[in-house]
Design a protein around this ligand. Structure first.
Ligand code: ADP
Ligand code: MG
Length: 407
């Protein structure tokens, strides 16, 4: 059936002129004999009248206590407005288009309001529209429970909608349109010389997304990998070729033995809004550690950058969980130290596996900019450093330059 999913983010549908540009891209696919299924985010970014954050603000201003069920209902409105306007824009250009909410598009989720997971997709409504020659325009970021309650899929949820529909409809490709030329070696807002990556494998982009690169949601990458679906990140504002996401790392033993070789790293990602905790332990017992971890689990506090020592445990949490954690630690009588306002900088590259000297280069590059490393951790394909948020931009640029990523 040649189905192609075309997802457009908030900035891509922000003005009438842009929406017409978007409509023409969709029509162009149809003219090429493909069956486009459009997914849209809410119009604009934070501060714009119909953006998701604006709707949340409206709900929070009006009512102190907000149930997650009703919050999902109001948050879902942004995409509904966007889908209707987009369908109308396509129709005005002489093509038949039909706006669908997540529920109308057959997207069924579990009951976890605010961060629901898709459990099932009924493809019939969309397939029927395609058979009738119409262009379905689906609201991103949302679905509904079996009982018909509206749910949302969490931040970046429109990417998830696009990937889920791509998988369910067996699309040839999922195109994600945004405001930059593709996946880049770092966030171009911070690193002006960041370069577009033409082709990247699922593992690396997943790692980048997990470590803060907002360009695509990690859950969308996970779904794409599961269904061997090709994702393409493209710019709505230009005709740049974009980035193709597919395939695995194909690692069969590194031919890289020297940390000074070129192309050792793929990208630098960063994540702000992190708080570091150092919790003292008098007693180094398994029971004590287990009790501590259970308390965190019960309060749904997930921790990162975990370094456990005999007398202390050092880790980070998202700053929105910091107050909750402080209260918990106080109530349990722990002694602890809190460092607020941190950022995690992550160097990503599957070629660094087993190559000695990469960390030495990172330490040297950060030291040359007077950036202090508060903590570090690594995996086979990543090295992360925690730094003060005020040092973040300097740190990302220093690493980008050290590893010649703009070449
Ligand atoms: P959309 O509203 O289209 O979903 P997002 O704001 O979610 O757009 O994602 C696009 C933004 O991601 C870009 O404007 C860019 O600043 C940011 N970004 C962060 N890291 C990267 C990266 N490595 N490559 C490209 N863009 C990145
Ligand atoms: Mg996004």
């Amino acid at each position: 059936m040649n189905i192609i999913i075309q997802k457009f983010g908030g900035t891509s549908v922000a003005t009438e002129e842009l929406r017409e540009r978007v409509a023409k891209k969709v029509i162009c696919s149809k003219e090429e004999g493909k069956a486009p299924v459009v997914v849209v985010s809410a119009i604009g970014r934070s501060g714009d009248p119909y953006a998701t954050d604006t709707l949340i603000g409206l709900a929070n201003r009006a009512f102190k206590e907000q149930s997650s069920r009703e919050l999902d209902m109001i948050m879902a409105c942004g995409e509904v407005i966007s889908a209707v306007i987009m369908a109308n824009t396509i129709k005005a250009l002489g093509y038949e288009a039909v706006a669908l909410s997540g529920f109308q598009a057959g997207i069924i989720t579990d009951k976890y309001h605010g961060d629901a997971e898709v459990v099932q997709v009924d493809c019939e409504p969309i397939l029927n529209l395609i058979k009738e020659g119409k262009i379905p325009v689906v609201t991103g970021f949302q679905g509904a429970t079996m009982a018909g309650d509206i749910t949302t899929l969490g931040r970046g949820g429109s990417d998830t909608t696009a990937a889920i529909l791509g998988e369910a409809l067996k699309a040839d490709i999922v195109e994600i349109y945004t405001d930059v030329d593709g996946v880049m070696t770092a966030d171009p807002r911070l690193v002006p010389e960041a370069k577009v990556i033409d082709n990247i494998c699922y593992d690396e982009i997943y790692q980048m997304a997990e470590d803060g690169a907002k360009i695509v949601h990690p859950r969308a990458v996970e779904i794409a990998r599961r269904g061997s679906l090709t994702l393409k990140i493209k710019n709505t504002f230009s005709d740049a070729p974009g980035t193709i996401i597919n395939g695995n790392m194909g690692f069969k033993g590194s031919s890289y033995r020297n940390a000074n070789e070129d192309n050792l790293l793929t990208a630098i990602a960063h994540k702000n809004g992190i708080t570091q905790f150092t919790v003292s332990f008098n007693e180094d017992s398994v029971e004590e550690s287990e009790k501590f971890m259970n308390e965190l689990t019960n309060k749904h506090i997930s921790i990162d950058l975990i370094n456990f020592f005999t007398d202390r445990k050092v880790f980070t949490v998202d700053e929105k969980n910091a107050e909750k954690l402080e209260l918990l630690l106080k109530s349990l009588g722990y002694k602890f130290k809190v460092t607020e306002g941190c950022s995690k900088i992550t160097a990503i590259g599957h070629k660094i596996r087993g190559v000695p000297g990469v960390m030495a280069r990172i330490v040297k590059a950060l030291a040359s900019q007077d950036v202090k490393i508060l903590q570090s951790s690594d995996s086979h394909t990543t090295i992360s450093c925690l730094v003060k948020q005020s040092d973040m931009e300097k740190a990302v640029n220093a690493l980008h330059q050290e590893f010649n990523l703009s070449r």
